[in-house]
Design a protein around this ligand. Structure first.
Ligand code: ZN
Length: 420
């Protein structure tokens, strides 16, 4: 079964068919580790988790890279405010970030490289751009000067992309001709900020280069699927693409998936404004299944406005569905789950996901099925084998990351593996 979703590059619903002769290359822009993960991050990573689970259920191997931005101005500033070295803060927040994602039952990325380990690769990329005369230098700062000949091959900038094209706060609006604008490749750093030796003196590479260097090194370009939150479309992914086009002659990625924001009172959740719900708090309050239920219960193309009452309702629903299905697994005394109908539900869930990442529809399907089971007359026990029923529930769990199969625990495969 082929997966489809709203694909940013083509501005429409597209089927995803990565080459079959090698593992799928999935590159997800990861966290800047300076503060707690919030539910907006969680929703984005949950959708990539669903994509990966779906591909794996279809028998594909997935090489999933999620970078960790461990040096950046916000990290430097917070570390200075706390009076700790930037690396200490970054490692602590990275550990905490992955701990919360583990609690949520996300499969760990195959590799979670740190930006600070890829500075030599970024320097090499700058040198190549320099040889191509695409670098301008002013007082120690190196800026990318976009070549004219790659214009119009970048992200489409237009009407249809409008709602999906959300510039970063403070970033200039996307240029109308579809070209990237200049951006910093290398710059000197103030004392106390992370810096490395380079042919241009001590300093640090610009953020946009990071994903290019890591994806090129760890996966090979183009990757099959790349994405993150909607705010990364421009300028970050726009810029990565520009660098890939210039240095590799190909797009950074064959397809792009961007997830709309989680808002609160209509405002984007962001660390910078303090308008956020920490993932740890949501997990403490409702547990992993409830957080999944709520964050995935809205279409993947729509924003989700986080409402405490909505979350409480989703938590109740999730608990009830889990308990109803678990309570109906055949045992010696009865049990009304029949393997044939459960198989139909499992196939339906797979179809829902394949059809535009309709996890919200899959959740609705499970709720409707639990209602049907619950309303069955007492004593109506279709014949079912406990083992087969558990297998079917386990298969649904592996797709959705739920814990419907009793005593299965979170359907997470494998522990952390770092690339370095
Ligand atoms: Zn990135």
């Amino acid at each position: 079964m082929l997966l489809s979703f709203f694909e940013t590059l083509h501005e429409g619903v597209r089927r995803f068919h990565p080459p079959e002769d090698r593992p799928v290359r999935l590159y997800v822009c990861g966290p800047t580790v300076y503060d707690r993960a919030h539910v907006g991050h969680a929703r984005t990573y949950l959708y990539f988790d669903i994509v990966r689970r779906f591909l794996e259920a279809e028998g594909r191997r997935v090489r999933h890279v999620m970078n960790v931005t461990d040096f950046e101005d916000k990290i430097t500033a917070r570390a200075a405010a706390l009076g700790v070295p930037w690396r200490t803060l970054a490692r602590r927040e990275e550990k905490n970030f992955f701990l919360q994602l583990d609690r949520l039952g996300l499969e760990r990325a195959t590799a979670a490289p740190r930006a600070s380990d890829f500075v030599p690769e970024m320097i090499r990329a700058i040198r190549r751009l320099e040889k191509m005369r695409l670098v301008e230098r002013s007082e120690g700062t190196l800026v990318y000067a976009p070549p004219r000949n790659v214009c119009h091959r970048n992200f489409p900038v237009g009407h249809a992309l409008g709602p999906h094209l959300v510039p970063e706060p403070g970033a200039p609006p996307p240029p109308e001709d579809g070209t990237a604008s200049a951006f910093v490749l290398w710059r000197p750093q103030p004392p106390g900020a992370p810096s490395w030796a380079s042919p241009w003196g001590r300093g640090a590479p610009g953020w946009h280069l990071e994903c290019y260097a890591m994806a090129d090194q760890l996966l090979g370009l183009p990757v099959d699927l790349h994405g993150g939150g909607a705010d990364l479309v421009f300028p970050h992914h726009f810029t990565e693409n520009e660098v890939a086009l210039t240095l590799d002659g190909s797009l950074f990625s064959r397809s792009f998936l961007h997830l709309p924001f989680v808002t609160q009172d209509g405002q984007k959740m962001a660390k910078s404004t303090g308008n956020l719900v920490p993932l740890a708090d949501a997990l403490d309050e409702g547990g992993a299944d409830a957080v999944r239920w709520y964050l995935l219960g809205t279409s993947s193309t729509e924003r989700l406005d986080w409402q405490p009452a909505g979350f409480a309702q989703a938590a109740r629903s999730s608990r009830w569905v889990h308990a109803t299905l678990a309570g109906a697994v055949p045992n010696g005394a009865g049990g009304s789950l029949a393997v044939t109908e459960l198989r139909t539900v499992r196939r339906g869930v797979a179809h829902d996901i394949a059809d535009r990442l309709g996890v919200d529809r899959a959740i609705g399907r499970l709720e409707a099925y639990a209602k049907r089971i619950d309303s069955r007359a007492n004593g109506h026990y279709p014949k079912g084998s406990r083992r087969e029923v558990l297998q079917e529930l386990g298969a649904i769990d592996r797709m959705l990351g739920t814990t419907l199969a009793p005593s299965a625990g979170p359907a997470t495969r494998g522990r952390a593996r770092r690339s370095n």
